[in-house]
Design a protein around this ligand. Structure first.
Ligand code: ZN
Length: 285
């Protein structure tokens, strides 16, 4: 048996891209609890046909028709090697998972171009489906320390217990966000391509990353007098307006909210935040 691949803590899930991980020490504890867990005995996961299919929130549009059905597959040893070769770069690990684990979206085979076209939330939902196909539906935690009462908790988390945001109208690809002084911003939701552009900005400069996402996703601004500014420079937006738009983009993005998972500890009755990282999802690798 080969040594397990140690995956990096994953900080580029969509809802964390813009606001950072609030609770890094909790994430570390969660990963540790998984590492303590006895590894699976290598029993194959047997899925009934259809379990590797899922319906995306947005999907892709071809010739005016939306395609949302996608199919994933169980990862193999060859995939594991490819993922290990992606090293400690979490964005690269994520991309490798997607490109290898997703078979089709609509009738199209997975490709780099297709992956970059998908909404961040659809990409994250696909990764959840790959996880399910490979290791099953339950995340098992053992001896997770409760931050309130310090008791060690054993916990089973089904993937569908992770909060999930849906789109009201999957085909709506332009939204409006009210700004100060009666202005309105027309925006679109960020995709894999946008996410890659943000992650390419070096030096962890959050303000510059925010500017980049605004530059890409704000289509136009309409002022109260009816004038419209197309592709407004993000640096000219007021701070309150920038925040309002970023909050909207984060809250409206569909898909799993890995960072928002929490559970109630029965012994002490308190809520325990347990952000789910990529390392937690794919701990068997
Ligand atoms: Zn407790």
């Amino acid at each position: 048996m080969t040594d397990p691949v140690v995956l990096p803590e994953f900080e580029s899930f969509g809802d964390q891209t813009f606001k950072g991980l609030d609770n890094p020490e909790v994430a570390t504890a969660a990963t540790q609890a998984l590492l303590n867990e006895e590894r699976n005995s290598g029993q194959p996961v047997i899925d009934s046909p259809g379990e590797n299919r899922l319906t995306l929130e947005r999907g892709i549009c071809r010739g005016g028709v939306w395609y949302r059905e996608a199919e994933v597959r169980e990862l193999t040893g060859a995939d594991e090697e490819a993922i290990a070769a992606a090293g400690s770069n979490s964005a690269k690990v994520f991309e490798t998972l997607l490109l290898r684990g997703v078979q089709t979206v609509g009738d199209e085979p997975m490709s780099q171009g297709l992956a970059s076209e998908l909404l961040i939330g659809d990409r994250e939902y696909l990764v959840m489906a790959i996880r399910r196909a490979t290791f099953g539906n339950d995340l098992e935690f053992e001896e997770l320390p409760c931050p309130h009462c310090e008791e060690l908790v054993d916990l089973t988390v089904p993937l569908d217990a992770i909060p999930f945001t849906r789109l009201d109208d999957p085909e709506q690809n332009e939204y409006f966000v009210p700004l100060r002084r009666g202005a309105v911003a027309f925006v679109r939701l960020p995709t894999g391509e946008d996410q890659a552009a943000i992650l390419a900005i070096k030096g962890d400069n959050v303000a510059r990353q925010d500017s980049e996402i605004l530059r890409r996703c704000v289509l136009r601004i309409r002022h109260t007098d009816g004038t419209e500014v197309k592709n407004p420079p993000a640096v000219q937006l007021g701070m309150a307006d920038r925040k309002a738009i970023l909050r909207f983009l984060t809250e409206t993005q569909p898909g799993p909210r890995y960072a928002d998972f929490s559970f109630t500890h029965e012994t002490c009755g308190k809520e325990v935040p347990l952000p789910i990282s990529l390392a937690v999802l794919f701990r068997g690798m």
